[in-house]
Design a protein around this ligand. Sequence first.
Ligand SMILES: NC(=O)c1ccc[n+]([C@@H]2O[C@H](COP(=O)([O-])OP(=O)(O)OC[C@H]3O[C@@H](n4cnc5c(N)ncnc54)[C@H](O)[C@@H]3O)[C@@H](O)[C@H]2O)c1
Length: 270
Amino acid sequence: MKRFQRLLITGAAGNLGRQLRQGLAPLAEIVRLTDHVEMAPAGVGEEVIECQLGDFDAVMAVVEGCDGIVHFGAASNERPWAEILDSSIKGGYNVYEAARRHNIKRIVYASSIHAVGYVRREDGADTDTPHRPDSLYGLSKCFVEDLAQLYFHKFGIESACLRINSCFEKPIDRRQLSTWISFRDLVQLTERCLVSERIGVTVVYGISDNREAFFSNHKIRHLGYKPLDSSENYRAEVESETQPGDPFDPAVEYVGGIFTRYGHPDEGEK
Ligand SMILES: NC(=O)c1ccc[n+]([C@@H]2O[C@H](COP(=O)([O-])OP(=O)(O)OC[C@H]3O[C@@H](n4cnc5c(N)ncnc54)[C@H](O)[C@@H]3O)[C@@H](O)[C@H]2O)c1
């Protein structure tokens, strides 16, 4: 028997949602895919439903009948406040509240390195490092991580908050030699969070087995996450194409990188 009857993936049209659509299919009888933009048509064992995360009634309808949620839909970069508020903050609340009302007991949430972006590289951060957002984007991730805490302690919904670092096909700059996570490692991490017997509220960094890293995952051995990839395989290529940064540049000093240099998104250019 598969672990889930109907697993919901939000943000299913996105870069990572498309990876999860394929990668998580074996876990569920039906994967329900939702986004507010067009998605590839439903295949065997899939349902595709368009939905605005900021619309509570629409989220209630899309969550109904599911028994697990992988919540990746959000404004996925620094964006104007109105968009962060609607898509990420209200959207996050709507997903958790709809899960409570429909008795769903586990959510995997795509948080971000930017929830702790003003941590310095050398601080030795781990999964207990407090929030230090570097942007409105990062702040929205902190909000939903706290929502996950509230909904676990008060309502018994387990969550994994994946502080994804940089999930792309391959690392493209020197910072990403520390922050990269491959697509297949992200799928494995998400799967472990869905199938582990108990996760409570687990915060985990989404990183591959890189030689250099800003964060330690040593407290999350209960997930059994064993990354298969490493940025080291790309080091020679990245170093030949890029120059070392200035260690006193905020984008190098802080783990949030370039986000620490952005101004307020409602005041024009980043
Ligand atoms: N890619 C990374 O390296 C990375 C790093 C850290 C965190 N994350 C997080 O992972 C998630 C997925 O990232 P991605 O790289 O696939 O980004 P993406 O922008 O490709 O995907 C996000 C999806 O969410 C959807 N969405 C946005 N607002 C919505 C709304 N109001 N209603 C419904 N759908 C909405 C978008 O249409 C999009 O398809 C995001 O939450 C992002 O913040 C990604």
